[in-house]
Design a protein around this ligand. Structure first.
Ligand SMILES: Nc1ncnc2c1ncn2[C@@H]1O[C@H](COP(=O)(O)OP(=O)(O)OP(=O)(O)O)[C@@H](O)[C@H]1O
Ligand SMILES: [Mg+2]
Length: 241
């Protein structure tokens, strides 16, 4: 059976897309991009929807077919998003049920065991439906004031989901008080804290359309981030099994 990973966050710019693409690559899964805002995984993968007639997902939903994920070199297979999702997608539960069915199909035809979904922070209906089918929900959490407050609210709402918080973009000297706050917020809940992923300015400057975890010799500055992202993928794998 295919396993679904949903990556989510209540705030923008937390590392959601990076975690989704790298986890998908590390687990050799399909990256399903359901965030249609500019700057998402579809763009950085190299897909240009302007050059296509229709969105593969909208087409598949309209004709009850299974969309074929795109094959990439040193990056995960991609189910691209499209700006028309904002207005054209059917209700969330319909999309989520379809993703489950598609995942089963990709399992049989492509040998894929994982589907990693990047979610849209704004669309409650779709995002909630996608979180509801996930075997694990991964939320990158920078240890900063606003992100922590947003995470506290998320932990309250999603405490009965298979939620894993990933402390993200952690500086060389981790803020101890924030780590304590993170531990307090999950105390008494089944929510887990996963491996830390450090901050590296080189990640934001990267222009390569290739997964960091796919690089044979990543730049030195990226190594700790690559290690952290690999640890997240391993953690998720163990968590689900
Ligand atoms: N470990 C890291 N260290 C430093 N910068 C990072 C790291 N991971 C991601 N970034 C950079 O931070 C920015 C935000 O990351 P990303 O796009 O993954 O976040 P997001 O939550 O998907 O954002 P959005 O809300 O816009 O969808 C990007 O410029 C990205 O390259
Ligand atoms: Mg994003």
């Amino acid at each position: 059976m295919v396993k679904i990973i949903a990556v989510t966050s209540r705030k923008g710019g937390t590392g959601k897309t990076t975690v989704a693409q790298e986890t998908a690559n590390a687990l050799d899964g399909v990256l399903a991009d359901f965030d249609w805002d500019e700057g998402g995984a579809t763009r950085s993968w190299g897909y240009r929807w302007e050059k296509r007639v229709e969105s593969p997902v909208l087409q598949a939903l309209a004709h009850d077919r299974v969309p074929r994920p795109l094959k990439g070199y040193r990056k995960p297979m991609l189910l691209p998003s499209h700006p028309d999702y904002a207005t054209e997608l059917p209700e969330g539960s319909v999309v989520a049920d379809s993703v489950l069915r598609w995942g089963e199909h990709w399992g049989k035809t492509l040998g894929k065991e994982w589907v990693v979904i990047d979610t849209h922070p704004g669309s409650a209906d779709l995002t909630n439906a996608l979180l509801a089918i996930a075997h694990v929900v991964v939320a990158p959490v920078p240890l900063k004031e606003k992100e922590m407050a947003a995470t506290e609210a998320m932990v309250k709402d999603l405490a009965d989901y298979p939620l894993v918080l990933v402390p993200y973009m952690i500086p060389a000297v981790p803020p101890v008080s924030m780590i304590r706050r993170l531990e307090n917020m999950i105390a008494g809940t089944p929510v887990q804290v996963g491996p830390f992923v450090p901050y590296a300015a080189a990640v934001g400057r990267r222009t390569k359309r290739m997964a960091m975890t796919a690089e044979e010799r990543p730049a030195r500055a990226l190594l700790p981030v690559v290690e952290g992202l690999r640890n997240v993928a391993e953690y998720v794998k163990e968590y689900v099994s």
